[in-house]
Design a protein around this ligand. Structure first.
Ligand SMILES: [Zn+2]
Length: 252
């Protein structure tokens, strides 16, 4: 199976190593940053399109944002690596659409999986509670894994939020609270990030190969975690996969 990885070398090289070991017939190619690989920074339309799909109001279904000049300029700087997209939420399905269009037709065959690691925060609108929720992964062609999503999407322990609320805006108190809960959630710059990404990469690969990304088993790497502690359990503790997915993994 041909697997094409996009993203910072730091994480993609660890992922490549893991996939090479884990998948018998893996042919893993690392391409660095997705947008830069396809020279999208030189394409005037891409920064505009990215600014257009910012989810501006988390309590409203998706509507195209009319980008301001500054937003487009910021997107250009993010693509060049001169600025970060921190604090911006993008519609996950729309971002998926933009990325899919960028991949040339001749590379869209069923024989290859494209996995994009990004710092951008992605979310999808949930009709049930009528609001956007951050996501760790959007599976499809390509699959997008958000590293910011790994930190922000699964909920931290309930007590953490209570303490955070009690601390109000006190930054020092907030850092103290974070220290208390260290180990119970993945934070920015966390050494466990690479390990967590392996599980999400496998979700993308399973989705591509078997059309199923998620598992009900809390100990399986394919478990769709809604809590940080569930994610840490599925990705870092115990077995890699449940019995069924272990078997399926061997056929990859
Ligand atoms: Zn499983």
């Amino acid at each position: 199976m041909k697997i094409v990885l996009y993203g910072e070398d730091e994480f993609s090289s660890e992922l490549k190593k893991y996939l090479d070991e884990r998948i018998n017939k893996a042919d893993v190619e690392m391409r660095g940053d997705f947008l830069n690989y396809f020279s999208s920074g030189n394409n005037e339309k891409i920064p505009f399109k990215l600014a257009e799909i910012r989810a501006m109001n988390v309590t409203k279904p998706f509507a195209y944002n009319e980008p301001l000049y500054g937003e487009i300029e910021q997107e250009k700087r993010v693509i060049k690596g001169e600025s970060s997209a921190s604090g911006i939420l993008y519609d996950g399905f729309k971002l998926h659409g933009i990325f899919q269009d960028i991949i040339p037709k001749e590379e869209r065959g069923l024989d290859s999986t494209h996995i994009i690691l990004t710092d951008r925060l992605i979310g999808t609108f949930d009709e049930n509670d009528r609001r956007y929720h951050a996501r760790t992964i959007v599976c499809g062609f390509p699959s997008i894994i958000s590293m910011t999503g790994v930190v922000e999407a699964p909920a931290k322990p309930r007590e953490f939020y209570i303490e955070k609320q009690l601390a109000g805006g006190d930054v020092v108190a907030f850092e103290e609270i974070k220290k208390k809960y260290v180990g119970r959630f993945i934070d920015y710059g966390d050494a466990r990030m690479a390990e967590v990404l392996k599980g999400y990469a496998m979700q993308a690969i399973f989705y591509h190969a078997f059309n199923e990304a998620f598992c009900e088993d809390k100990g399986c790497r394919l478990f769709n975690a809604h809590w940080q502690e569930e994610m840490i359990h599925a990705q870092l503790e115990g077995d890699e996969f449940c019995k069924r997915h272990e078997k399926l993994a061997k056929t990859l």
